[in-house]
Design a protein around this ligand. Structure first.
Ligand code: DGL
Length: 266
């Protein structure tokens, strides 16, 4: 009986969410290392960008999406969004009977255990305001120096495909130079949209300076699911949902993930 129940749990889907296409930078890697998981992805385009929203609003968005996933009987939900992990995770983490994986809290220990003394973080205004990156990194390495810098124009660059726009390039240059003054050993791309900007970022600093936490994050999720005996060996389906603008989602997703059909608008 136990085995049966356990097998049932294994075959339940894993849900992902972000304000838009950003979380696909996590999702694409997850699919690569765990291709047999059944996956659901929710892009909350009706409420995007998350970066300038209040804590109350962000907790509300997270609850709505977690309720949506509860109805779909998932075994876990991946918060593939730094802003939601920073502002909403603490408030919702005890309220659901499935595992919730937040990107910042899941990655901080691994990043803190590396040999970095000075770590920069580019993130949204709401993430920087929360101070969660600094708090989580210091929790694992008290002597680490952290500088967080908000980049409020970067999510719109991604969502509007402005990679060659001169004002956008100038904005990226200014922020990278400001961060370089801190002499960071590494700079965390602390918003899942920002890896989409790597072609711009590397014009102003070596590519190796940037950490995309997605890789660390999916390895953490994989080993945690494994530890709990929750890996699926026989699935592989996927379904995409958005709260608005399915066409825009499909178009802008392309850099990280080619979605075959239009996502379902709910
Ligand atoms: N991609 C999200 C993050 O990781 C949120 C971006 C936004 O909507 O402002 O923070």
């Amino acid at each position: 009986m136990n085995t049966l129940n356990h097998n049932n749990l294994n075959s339940k889907p894993v849900g992902f969410f972000d304000s838009g296409v950003g979380g696909l930078s996590v999702y694409a890697r997850f699919k690569k290392i765990l291709p047999k998981e059944d996956c659901l992805y929710f892009g909350d385009l009706a409420n995007m960008p998350y970066g300038n929203k209040t804590k109350g609003e962000l907790v509300g968005f997270a609850r709505n999406i977690l309720d949506f996933y509860k109805e779909r009987d998932v075994k876990a939900v991946v918060i593939a969004c730094n802003t939601s992990s920073a502002q909403a995770y603490e408030a919702v983490k005890e309220d659901y009977n499935f595992k919730i994986y937040p990107i910042i809290q899941s990655c901080a220990k691994v990043i803190a255990s590396a040999n970095y003394e000075r770590v920069g973080v580019f993130a949204t205004e709401a993430t920087v305001k929360s101070g969660v990156y600094t708090k989580e990194l210091k929790k694992h390495k008290s002597g680490i120096y952290v500088k967080e810098l908000a980049c409020p124009h970067w999510v719109p660059i991604v969502e509007n495909n402005l990679y060659t726009n001169s004002e956008a390039i100038e904005d990226v240059r200014v922020q990278v130079e400001k961060m370089q003054e801190f002499l960071p050993d590494k700079i965390i791309l602390g918003c899942t949209h920002y890896p989409y900007l790597i072609s711009m970022l590397k014009q102003f600093a070596p590519e190796e300076l940037f950490i995309d936490p997605a890789e660390i994050f999916v390895n953490y999720i994989k080993s945690d699911l494994e530890k709990q005996g929750l890996l699926n060996e026989s699935g592989g389906t996927e379904k995409f949902f958005v709260s608005a603008n399915p066409e825009s989602f499909k178009t802008h997703a392309k850099i990280f993930y080619d979605i075959k059909n239009l996502p379902i608008c709910v």
